[in-house]
Structure formats: structure tokens, C-alpha cells
Design a protein around this ligand. Structure first.
Ligand SMILES: Cc1cc2nc3c(=O)[nH]c(=O)nc-3n(C[C@H](O)[C@H](O)[C@H](O)COP(=O)(O)OP(=O)(O)OC[C@H]3O[C@@H](n4cnc5c(N)ncnc54)[C@H](O)[C@@H]3O)c2cc1C
Length: 409
């Protein structure tokens, strides 16, 4: 099992609705088997069950216990790859379709959150995407024009406008409307509990160790405990663990990132409408607030796959994130309450891996690599549901594993 994070996580302590699901202790048969009970597997299972499919979800550890618990909960339609760059890579029409699908996915997450029986911290927010340096301004202006043309709800703020709303000045920023924040841990746990009541079979502590294709077209999977699951369709939602595929189908890099959560702040009045903040530099710094008036800051990505083991090393990065927060908001008081380091996957062409296995049309992948993993999982849930039902989805060619943009990277 891959170690996905080190340090102290914030979200697990915010949830008391976590349920346990018994391991699989008999042979089973299902229409759809979803492997992985993180954000990706759970959104897929939730959407599949609500679309009338018969679904079993198996998780080797605990639901939401993987990368999902290290997620900082920003939901944005802007991606790590800017719209203007993506347009050059895959064409304006496809890039616009992808960005609009991300915008719609944030709305879908809001709809799912509203239908859950408990608050999962979903709040509509705007984002401030600021130029890290004067040199990035032309790029930012191009991005603004591309977003406007695409029909996204955006504004371009000049330095004076930024200074009027925040205690810092930047040479320019795009304000995007239609973003949101969420508590990813509660969201996934609540979706799992609700889908289980609607008929989803969930088994934790159930590790899939082999997968065989049956002559009739189905699949036979075995668990580490020696039980068999027969399935018509198999969805791999295994996060950053598809080792055997990496370098072949999954062209991605695994890096590590850092995040901190501060103690609650007495006053967040200088933080205009609790915008989500991020910047044009790569790797980027990002930050948000929480319902309990804490501040979450993330960034400082490093090209190392393993999360950092040294507590002193994590604390050094944590102090640096805190300094960057203070540089923007000198008024915040500051000690760090939680700090962690976590593995983070990025695809080489900036798009997630969603779709059928090129070798087998009843095996699917839901691998939302990139800073927008939750948004990608939501797109995946609807796309894979359509494929399973034999229907077409407009984004299939853009995100599938055999897409042309992966051939050259
Ligand atoms: C520091 C950090 C900050 C982030 N911030 C954001 C953010 O603000 N917004 C955002 O949208 N995304 C963010 N992400 C990305 C996000 O965390 C991931 O994209 C998302 O959580 C991945 O969910 P997942 O379900 O694909 O993976 P995971 O949560 O890792 O779930 C995969 C699960 O599959 C299980 N599994 C693997 N193999 C097997 C097997 N053989 N049998 C059974 N189970 C198996 C694992 O145990 C694991 O629980 C962030 C990531 C990091 C590291």
C-alpha cells in the first residue's frame, strides 16, 4: 500500500458521521464493481446507484482514508493548465467544452451536497487568480480573454481594485465566479452513507489483488482474503496507485505537496468575501478559509514522490507557507494547528484520465490527477455512468486514456 501522506491532517477531526463497513467475507456478484473508496470511487458509486445501477464499492483501507483526506477542498472551474494553453494543445472548442464541464461539475457537487442529510461545508465562493509577477500579466490578460470568450463568469481586476478588497497589491488578477469550497472528508463519508442506504454495497478492508477477464465478457476479481467478485463492469478509482499502468497508459508525475491549517482567527474582515486565492506561478501558492475561521494554505510542491517523513522538515515548509500567508495578510495571527505533506499526481498533458481501458471496453478508469481532483471525479461519475449504460458523453474523446494529446508527452 502506498503511503499517501505524513503529518497531522485537519479534516478527519471535523467529522463524527464516519461509519464502518464490513469487509467482504463471501463470494459476490455485481453489475458494477468500483475499486477504491476515495473521492473518485465514492462520487462514481453515488451517481451510479442514483442512476439505477447495481454497484459494489470495495476499499482496501477506510472510505476517504487515502489522498481524499489530504485534499484542501477548493472547487474551481479553472485548472492547473490554463484555458489559453489548453486551447493551443487540444483546440479552442475542446478546451472550452472541458472548462464549461468543470464549471458545471462545481454546480453538480453543490446539488449533491444540498441533497445530503448533513452539512458537508459546501459554500459557493469566488476565486482571485493573481499575477505572481509583472511578467505574468500578459499571460493573465490572455487567459481572461479566453475565459470571457468561453462564456465563463469572470472579471479582470487592476491593482487598485485588488488593493481595495484585500490588504495586498498585485499587478492584476482574474476573479472567477462559480467556484466553491467543501469539507472533502465529510462529503465523501456522507455520500457513502447515503448511497449505502440507497443500495450501494460497501466493503472496507477489502483489497483487490487480482483481476481476470472471463470468456463470456465479465470479470472475476479476487480479494486478499480469498473471496471472489464477479462483475459486468469494473471501475478503477484507485487514486495514485496504478503502478502497473504508469508510463504506459497513465502518463503522469507523482510529486509531493504541503498544506497547513492555522488556529481559528479572531477577525477575517480583511479577506474579501472569503475568496479562494491562488496565483500564476508554478508550483502555485493557494489558500482558503474554513467555516470555523481557520485558514488553509497549500503549495511548495517538490519533485519527490514520497511524502516527507521528517517532522522538522514538514514544520520548516509549514513556517514558509505561514510566512507567505503573512506577506498577503499581515493582520492574521498565526500559529499552525495542523500540517501535512502528501503525494500529488499530475498528468503530463494537464487533463485527468477518465474512460475505458483501450484493451477492454468494460474496464474503466477514474483517475482525477491534478489540483482539481474533486471536479474531475464529478465529471467522471457522469461520463462513466453514460459509458456503462452504452450512451455517448461529449467529453469522452478529450479525457480518454488513448487521447492524442498524450501521444507526444
Ligand atoms: C495536499 C493536497 C491538496 C489537494 N487539494 C485539492 C483541492 O483543493 N481540490 C481538489 O479537487 N483536489 C485536491 N487534491 C487532489 C485530491 O486529493 C485527489 O485528486 C483526490 O482526493 C483523489 O481521490 P481518489 O479517490 O482518486 O484517491 P484516494 O482518495 O487516494 O482514493 C483511492 C482509494 O483507492 C484505494 N485502493 C487502491 N488500490 C486498491 C485496491 N487494489 N483494492 C481496494 N482499494 C484500493 C486506496 O486505499 C484509496 O483509499 C489535493 C491533493 C493533495 C495531496
Amino acid at each position: 500500500m502506498k503511503e499517501l501522506y505524513t503529518g497531522s491532517l485537519y479534516w478527519p477531526g471535523t467529522s463524527n458521521e464516519t461509519k464502518s463497513f464490513a469487509p467482504l467475507q463471501r463470494n459476490a456478484k455485481t453489475q458494477v464493481l468500483v475499486i477504491g473508496g476515495g473521492m473518485s470511487g465514492t462520487i462514481c458509486s453515488y451517481v451510479f446507484v442514483n442512476s439505477g445501477l447495481s454497484v459494489t464499492m470495495v476499499e482496501r483501507g477506510e472510505v476517504a482514508g487515502g489522498s481524499t483526506s489530504a485534499n484542501t477542498g477548493l472547487l474551481q472551474f479553472s485548472n492547473d493548465i490554463m484555458l489559453s494553453k489548453l486551447s493551443k494543445q487540444i483546440g479552442l472548442k475542446a478546451a472550452s467544452a472541458f472548462y464549461l464541464a468543470c464549471r458545471d461539475a462545481v454546480r453538480t457537487i453543490g446539488d449533491i451536497a444540498a441533497a445530503l442529510p448533513a452539512d458537508v461545508g459546501f459554500k459557493a465562493r469566488s476565486s482571485l487568480y493573481f499575477a505572481s509577477s509583472e511578467q505574468d500579466l500578459p499571460m493573465l490578460r490572455d487567459e481572461y480573454e479566453a475565459m470571457k470568450t468561453c462564456g465563463l463568469d469572470v472579471d479582470l481586476w487592476e491593482p487598485e481594485m485588488i488593493e481595495r478588497h484585500f490588504p495586498f497589491r498585485k499587478s492584476g488578477a482574474i476573479v472567477t465566479r462559480g467556484d466553491a469550497e467543501i469539507n472533502p472528508y465529510r462529503f465523501v463519508n456522507m455520500m457513502a452513507n447515503t448511497a449505502a442506504e440507497a443500495g450501494l454495497n460497501i466493503h472496507e478492508q477489502t483489497d483487490i489483488v487480482s483481476h481476470e477477464r472471463l470468456p463470456g465478457g465479465g470479470h472475476l476479481l479476487r480479494t486478499a482474503d480469498g473471496f471472489e467478485i464477479e462483475a459486468e463492469h469494473v471501475v478503477y478509482a484507485i487514486g495514485y496507485e496504478p503502478e502497473e499502468l504508469r508510463g504506459q497508459l497513465i502518463k503522469a508525475e507523482l510529486n509531493r505537496s504541503y498544506a497547513i491549517v492555522t488556529e481559528p482567527q479572531k477577525n477575517l474582515a480583511s479577506w474579501h468575501q472569503r475568496f479562494l486565492l491562488w496565483e500564476t506561478a508554478r508550483p502555485y501558492l493557494y489558500m482558503r478559509t474554513t467555516p470555523g475561521n481557520r485558514i488553509i494554505v497549500g503549495g511548495l510542491d517538490e519533485e519527490v514522490e514520497e511524502p516527507l517523513h521528517s517532522a522538522a522538515g514538514r514544520h520548516r515548509r509549514g513556517r514558509k507557507l505561514l510566512e507567505q500567508l503573512h506577506a498577503l495578510f499581515p493582520g492574521v495571527q498565526g500559529s499552525i494547528a495542523f500540517e501535512w505533506s502528501a503525494t500529488f499526481g499530475e498528468s503530463r498533458d494537464g487533463l485527468p484520465f477518465i474512460g475505458q481501458d483501450p484493451q477492454c471496453s468494460t474496464v474503466y478508469y477514474c483517475l482525477g490527477y491534478g489540483g482539481n481532483g474533486t471536479v474531475y471525479s464529478t465529471i467522471a461519475a457522469k461520463l462513466l455512468r453514460d459509458l456503462i449504460k452504452g450512451e455517448r458523453h461529449p467529453l469522452t474523446e478529450i479525457v480518454q486514456l488513448s487521447r492524442p494529446s498524450l501521444a507526444t508527452v
